[in-house]
Design a protein around this ligand. Structure first.
Ligand code: FES
Length: 375
């Protein structure tokens, strides 16, 4: 592994007060481990996406990455049992005069076992065909005992209109039928810990939000989001989904990569009580940050107002209102019309200047604050 290159990294006592210490020596990120009085050193940069191993935790003989919990042996750098070949460099250590020295030329090399990319990670390429409209129903209900949903009713009508009158391909996704967990806040560890595809989707084969990612990023030209108003806000399922969309927007921050291009969003908002404009405002702001475009008049909504507590009457209005159905149909016409114009105008520019960060510089344009693999 080349000539030895010993670096004094400080008093040995400092490395004995905790099981794991992150240091940088000779330009190399290291994780210094102390277990049962024995000191060892492995790389401080995880094989996965460069998580800071020295800031993780020690579990038995394994250093656990703080980002997505990959494990590496504290002495050999090998992956956990079954994944031994996926290894980070290990380093020789010695103590002289009460000080800890590390040979920063690795004793064993890094080896990354090739992992098949997640299907969502493929390049975003619009395949030929009719305009595609994905409907997202975010209402919460017991699907084994369904009830009438005004927002889903109007969404269904809009999709049928898109299919039968506009010749569009359509797809309906009901969030309530998908099993998916809440965002676990990888972004709060580091922007680079929040990955595309979503870290949860990559690690949990049962996660079904992949269907929504597939529709939004790869399939649809138009996304129609339907939500009820619950206590003045969109549904809880909408927010659970929205938080999981962080990984789409974060790609702009970390890789200057805009996943949503030339796609159109529209909204159907139905509440027994009021606050339509606040719900619309949140949705417009959020979908704009994802990269969606909007037609003129990008939402249709209905509410009988604060004092309308007679839900049976609200349901009756939704069931019978021709005006609301026509409004939903007109919304999808506005959306597909804009999508068709965008498709006809050809390839979008390769870059969106400061997309997602506007006035501020992109993190991807700055030197990485993460611990990039050094060998
Ligand atoms: S597990 Fe280490 S960066 Fe993902």
């Amino acid at each position: 592994m080349g000539a030895e290159k010993w670096v004094d990294i400080g008093p040995e006592a400092e490395f004995r007060v905790r099981p794991l210490t992150a240091v940088r020596a000779g330009g190399v990120a290291l994780a210094i481990v102390c277990r049962d009085g024995e000191i060892s050193a492995i790389s401080g940069a995880c094989n996965h996406v460069g998580g800071p191993l020295g800031e993780g935790r020690l579990e038995g003989d394994y250093v656990v990455c703080p980002w997505h919990h990959w494990k590496f042996h504290r002495q050999t750098g090998e992956g956990e049992p079954g994944f031994e070949a996926d290894r980070v460099p290990s380093y020789a250590t010695k103590i002289e005069g009460g000080r800890l020295h590390v040979d920063v030329n690795p004793r064993t090399p890094r080896h990354k076992t090739p992992h098949a990319p997640h299907p969502l990670a493929r390049a975003v390429r619009r395949e030929p065909g009719a305009v595609r409209v994905a409907g997202l129903s975010t209402t919460v209900m017991d699907r084994a005992h369904p009830r009438f949903s005004g927002s889903e009713e109007l969404l269904g009508h809009a999709l049928e209109h898109a299919r039968t009158a506009l010749g569009a391909d359509t797809r309906l996704l009901r969030l309530g039928e998908l099993s998916f967990g809440a965002c676990e806040g990888y972004y709060s560890k580091s922007a680079r810990a929040c990955t595309w595809p979503c870290s949860i989707t990559q690690m949990d084969p049962k996660d079904q939000l992949d269907q929504v990612y597939e529709a939004l990023v790869h399939w649809a030209d138009v996304v129609l989001v339907a939500t009820p108003i619950r206590w003045g806000a969109a549904s809880s399922l909408y927010y659970r989904m929205a938080e999981r969309m962080n990984c789409i927007q974060n790609q702009v921050t970390t890789h200057d990569r805009v996943l949503i291009r030339d796609k159109v969003a529209g909204f159907i908002i139905v509440g027994g009580q009021d606050n339509v404009q606040a719900v619309a405002g949140q949705q417009l702001g959020f979908f704009a940050e994802l990269g969606f475009l909007f037609p003129q008049f990008p939402y249709v909504a209905h509410s009988r107002g604060w004092t309308a507590e007679d839900m049976e009457r609200n349901v009756e209005v939704l069931r019978t209102s021709r005006e609301l159905r026509e409004g939903a149909a007109a919304l999808v016409e506005r959306c597909t019309s804009l999508a068709a114009r965008l498709l006809a105008s050809g390839q979008a520019p390769a870059r969106v200047a400061r997309g997602g960060r506007k006035a501020h510089a992109l993190a991807s344009a700055e030197p990485s604050r993460g611990a990039a693999p050094e060998s």
